[in-house]
Write a protein that binds this ligand. Structure first.
Ligand SMILES: [Mg+2]
Length: 200
């Protein structure tokens, strides 16, 4: 049976930069952009949000209280989510796999503001067979629960899954389940790794 392909989203298919959000949010808050940059990308509140333990509204309220943000949720959401740009080489690689008939899935630690933004702005995002998001599952990579949920969604396990992710701890957790896991460092390296698994 043909393998299925599991794609991480951030730093694989889309790049992101929290400093863009930090500048816009800082202009409407009591905090400096540099402080906010560190805060947004690594706050325990983001983990709570992306684990599904905080709603969008709850995240907005907690962040606003922490940094003194004056805007409403709509404004916050537009600033917070507009941090992504497409990564054309891996998007092209994905399109090539689709043309050849492989099933593909998105497997991401993320939140509903980010996904709404990516879905609206990047057409490539519509072209997958399924989407597994940490905030919907209630677990984040590298927790085993979300890998089990991915196996259930695609109906396959072990070496039937070929998995691309830019984070070593996520790759290690996939490899521990027998997935064929590739650490995405550059498009060229990933193509090389894939060419040893399937014919290009
Ligand atoms: Mg990533």
């Amino acid at each position: 049976m043909a393998p299925v392909f599991i794609f991480d989203l951030g730093k694989v298919l889309v790049d992101f930069d929290y400093s863009i959000a930090a500048r816009k949010i800082a202009a409407r808050s009591a905090s400096a952009p540099a402080d906010l940059h560190a805060f947004l990308g690594s706050s325990p509140l983001l983990v709570e949000y992306e684990s599904g333990r905080l709603t969008r509204q709850g995240f907005y309220q907690a962040v606003s209280a922490a940094i003194g943000f004056h805007g409403d949720l709509t404004e916050f959401g537009s600033f917070f989510a507009d941090i992504f740009s497409e990564m054309p080489e891996t998007i092209a690689l994905h399109a090539e796999l689709r043309r050849r008939g492989f099933k593909t899935f998105i497997f991401s630690n993320t939140n509903d503001l980010a996904i709404e933004h990516v879905r609206r702005n990047f057409p490539f995002f519509g072209g997958f067979d399924g989407y597994l998001f940490s905030y919907e599952v209630g677990a984040m990579k590298p927790q085993p629960e979300i890998y089990a949920a991915m196996e259930k969604m695609c109906g396959r396990s072990g070496a039937d899954l070929i998995y691309l992710d830019d984070r070593a701890e996520n790759i290690a957790a996939g490899a521990a389940r027998g997935w064929r896991a590739i650490l995405h460092e550059s498009p060229a390296k990933t193509r090389m790794a894939l060419s040893s698994l399937i014919q290009f």
